[in-house]
Design a protein around this ligand. Structure first.
Ligand code: SAM
Length: 285
C-alpha cells in the first residue's frame, strides 16, 4: 500500500460513559483529516468532551452509497478518515458496511480501533454462557415472528443475543415466556455503563416478573441474552425407553409444550428432562 493513500479507521466510541474510548481511538480522532459520523450533533458531545476539533461529515443509512463515493475519493487522495457511529462499534447494527466493503474492494487499508460494543459488554457481565453465541440484531416487530425466532433458537446450542427497544421489551419477555420453559436462564442488560445500569439474570419466569413489576425495567436501552439448549446436561440422566415412547406418542398428537406437560403427569419425570428429550426428538425428525 502506497504511503500517500489514506487509511479508513473504524473507531469504536462509548455506549454511555464518555470515558469508554481507547487512547488510540482518541489519537486517531484527533489526527485524521475527517470524521464520518452517523449523527454529527450526537458525536459533537463526545468530541467536545475530549476537546477534539477534527471536522465531521454525516454518514448515515440515507446517504450511505453517495457518501461512500465521496469518502473513498478522499482516501485515494491521501486523507485518512475515521468512521464513528452514535454508540459502540460502527457496522454492528449501525451504518458503515457499504463504505468498508467498497474500501476493501478498492484495495484500501481499513483499520479497526476496537472498544465498546453493547452485546459484548452485556455478555461479559451477564453470567450467561459465553463460549458460543449468535447475535440477531433487533428481532422482528411482530409477536408471531419473534416467537418463531425463539422456537428456532431453543433447539440450538449457544447463547442467543439481541438488541431490544423500550417499546417492545415487555412484549418480548411475554413471548419468551410463551415459548421457553419458565426455568430457562436468561439476562437483560439495561443502560450499560450509564447511571441506571441494571443487569438482571435469572430464569425466564423471574426476569419476566421483574420487567412487569418494575417500570424502570421498561426504560432505556437493552441487550437481551438467553441461554441455548444444553445437550450435555440433559443427556446425563436420560429417560427410559418406555417414557420416551410416551413422550413420542404425545408429541404426535399435540404441541411440544402440551406433550411435555402431559408427560410430566403420566411418567412422573422432571419437566426439564422431558422437555430436553422432546427437543432432541424434534431435532432427530
Ligand atoms: N453499534 C452499537 C454497539 O456496538 O453496541 C449498537 C447500535 S444499535 C443501533 C443500538 C442498540 O444497542 C440499542 O437499541 C440497544 O439495544 C443497544 N445498546 C446500545 N447502547 C446500550 C447500552 N448502553 N446498554 C444497553 N444496550 C445498549
Amino acid at each position: 500500500m502506497s504511503n500517500n493513500i489514506g487509511i479508513l479507521y473504524i473507531v469504536a466510541t462509548p455506549i454511555g460513559n464518555l470515558s469508554d474510548i481507547s487512547l488510540r481511538g482518541l489519537e486517531v480522532l484527533n489526527t485524521v483529516s475527517l470524521i464520518a459520523a452517523e449523527d454529527t450533533r450526537n458525536s459533537k458531545v463526545l468530541l467536545n468532551h475530549h476537546s477534539i476539533k477534527t471536522p465531521m461529515t454525516a454518514y448515515h443509512e440515507h446517504n450511505e452509497d453517495r457518501k461512500a463515493t465521496f469518502l473513498l475519493d478522499k482516501l485515494v487522495a491521501g486523507e485518512s478518515i475515521a468512521l464513528i457511529s452514535d454508540a459502540g462499534t460502527p457496522l454492528i447494527n449501525d451504518p458503515g458496511y457499504s463504505l468498508v466493503e467498497k474500501a476493501k474492494q478498492a484495495g484500501l487499508q481499513v483499520m479497526p480501533i476496537p472498544g465498546a460494543c453493547a452485546i459484548i459488554a452485556a455478555l461479559s457481565a451477564s453470567g450467561i454462557a459465553t463460549d458460543r453465541f449468535s447475535f440477531e440484531g433487533f428481532l422482528p416487530r411482530t409477536s408471531a415472528a419473534r416467537k418463531a425466532v425463539f422456537e428456532r433458537y431453543q433447539k440450538r446450542q449457544g447463547t442467543l443475543i439481541f438488541y431490544e427497544s423500550s417499546h417492545r421489551i415487555a412484549k418480548c419477555v411475554d413471548d419468551m415466556l410463551a415459548v421457553y420453559q419458565p426455568t430457562h436462564r436468561m439476562s437483560i442488560a439495561r443502560e450499560l455503563t450509564k447511571t441506571y445500569e441494571t443487569i438482571v439474570t435469572g430464569t425466564v419466569e423471574e426476569v419476566h416478573e421483574r420487567v412487569m413489576s418494575d417500570a424502570n425495567m421498561q426504560r432505556g436501552e437493552f441487550v437481551v441474552l438467553i441461554e441455548g439448549f444444553d445437550k450435555k446436561q440433559h443427556k446425563a440422566d436420560g429417560l427410559s425407553a418406555e417414557n420416551i415412547d410416551v413422550l413420542k406418542t404425545l408429541m404426535s398428537e399435540c404441541s411440544v409444550k402440551t406433550a411435555v406437560k402431559l408427560a410430566v403427569q403420566l411418567t412422573g419425570q422432571p419437566k426439564k428432562l422431558l422437555y430436553a428429550s422432546a427437543l432432541e426428538l424434534n431435532d432427530a425428525d
